[in-house]
Design a protein around this ligand. Structure first.
Ligand code: NAP
Ligand code: MG
Length: 403
């Protein structure tokens, strides 16, 4: 079988620990035998980030802006323990944070829905994608403990020195105080990324806030979304047959529980933090969650939502068998290859990505899966495979799909 050709390279960001092992297996068994892979390779493994003073992370993000598509392996975000373990020069920042800041992007997380792994919410038939605004609000707040009687005010001093004041509270006893902010530019980028991603995935977009109570702050979010939608997206949404829909956050939560899925839910920073954990656990497994960072300029970076699966890696190093789920990593690759194919107008690459996903899901539905899924599946007689055994089973099915 001749290999599928790629017109343009994609950015390949290698990573750490067990997911680095899986990365190589996925390339060796599922990608390179079928595709003439063209990639610009960046080693984001912790040793190389340390060696390059984290320049490699910056370079990989710049390359993503240039090439438009990236696929990323999970990476260690160092803490005190990791600094010691790897003898690091410093406690490097989270690579995902660095990449997100350079691309000004929004992260969309989508569960992989497969027969035999049933969501806790019975009526969820299709995935629900969650987008979290990753700037400001309570995550960049200023807080104060108020010792006793006194007046608290919001004071804004403009560049010309003029002041605007708003009374917060006349304290007659001790309490607490908090100030937070957001930016029109950041909300606008978030809105554009969400609207863009809704268009490319042809799904409705929901956005919710608490504008009835927060009449200026949350209302600004609602207005920015509405302004961007009306000015840039309404006609394209109508042509695509999809909808943008705003509601109150409490109404959104109630509707999500009764919905069938198949839409994108854009959340403010705190709502997204809380709701994404609820959604991923209700859909079944963190190992079955994909993640894509979409920039308002239209760059896409695909990865698994889980981490480097450290505990399994230490077992692997001791020569013990592991059964680590590679599905989200496989889907990061298929997502990136499909996007590359769409951007380059190379339908063979798109078909290959679709075949890879069908082969992966088909393998699970045929009862062959890793131990984490074998524990929760509703299929009778499921067989738990080891890490490489599962990937080889997918490869076997993929060859049949492509024949
Ligand atoms: P983790 O790697 O997501 O793993 C936590 C646990 O979840 C594992 O020990 C395993 O449970 C289960 N699990 C996760 N992915 C799995 C998979 N593919 N197959 C089977 N089981 C899976 O989180 P962590 O151990 O808290 O973090 C490890 C490192 O990852 C940290 O250094 C962190 O900085 C990094 N991290 C990176 C990213 C990223 O790059 N996007 C995201 C999160 C964390 P059992 O051990 O019970 O089997
Ligand atoms: Mg959280």
């Amino acid at each position: 079988m001749p290999k599928i050709q790629m017109k343009t390279a994609l950015v390949e960001m290698d990573g750490d620990e067990m997911t680095r092992i899986i990365w190589q297996m996925v390339k060796d068994h599922l990608i390179c035998p079928f595709v003439e892979l063209r990639s610009e390779y960046f080693d984001l493994g912790l040793e190389n980030r340390d060696r390059t003073g984290d320049q490699v992370t910056v370079d990989s993000a710049e390359a993503t802006r240039r090439l438009g598509v990236a696929v990323k392996c999970a990476t260690i975000t160092p803490n005190v323990q990791r600094v010691e373990e790897y003898g690091l020069h410093q406690m490097w920042k989270s690579p995902n944070g660095t990449i997100r800041a350079i691309l000004d992007g929004t992260v969309f997380r989508t569960p992989i829905v497969v027969g035999g792994i049933e969501p806790v919410v019975r009526n969820w038939k299709k995935p629900i994608t969650i987008a979290r605004h990753a700037y400001g609000d309570v995550y960049k707040n200023a807080e104060m403990r108020i010792p006793g009687t006194g007046r608290a005010e919001l004071v804004f001093t403009a560049a010309d020195g003029s002041e605007t004041r708003e009374l917060i509270h006349e304290f007659s006893g001790p309490g607490v105080l908090q100030g937070m902010h957001n930016l029109d530019s950041s909300i606008g980028s978030f809105a554009r990324s969400c609207l863009e991603y809704a268009l490319v995935t042809r799904q409705d977009l929901w956005f919710a806030s608490k504008d009835t109570i927060s009449k200026t702050y949350d209302h600004r979010f609602k207005d920015v979304f509405a302004e961007v939608f009306e000015a840039e997206y309404r006609e394209r949404f109508e042509a695509a047959g999809i909808e943008y829909f705003y509601t109150l956050i409490d109404d959104a939560v109630a509707r999500v529980m009764k919905a069938e899925g198949g839409f994108i839910w854009a959340c403010k920073n705190y709502d997204g933090d809380v709701m994404s954990d609820m959604l991923s656990s209700a859909f079944g497994s963190l190992a079955m969650m994909t993640s894509v960072l979409v920039s308002p300029e239209g760059s896409f970076e695909y990865e698994a939502a889980h981490g480097t699966v450290q505990r399994h890696y230490y077992r692997h190093l001791k020569g013990e068998p592991t059964s680590t789920n590679s599905v989200a990593t496989i889907f990061a690759w298929s997502g990136a290859l499909r996007k590359r194919g769409e951007m380059d107008a190379t339908p063979d690459l798109v078909s290959f990505a679709n075949a890879l996903e069908r082969a992966t899901l088909g393998t699970i539905e045929a009862g062959r899966m890793t131990a984490d899924l074998a524990r929760i599946t509703t299929l009778a007689g499921a067989q738990a495979l080891d890490t490489e055994g599962f990937i080889l089973a997918v490869a076997e099915r993929l060859r049949a799909e492509l024949a």
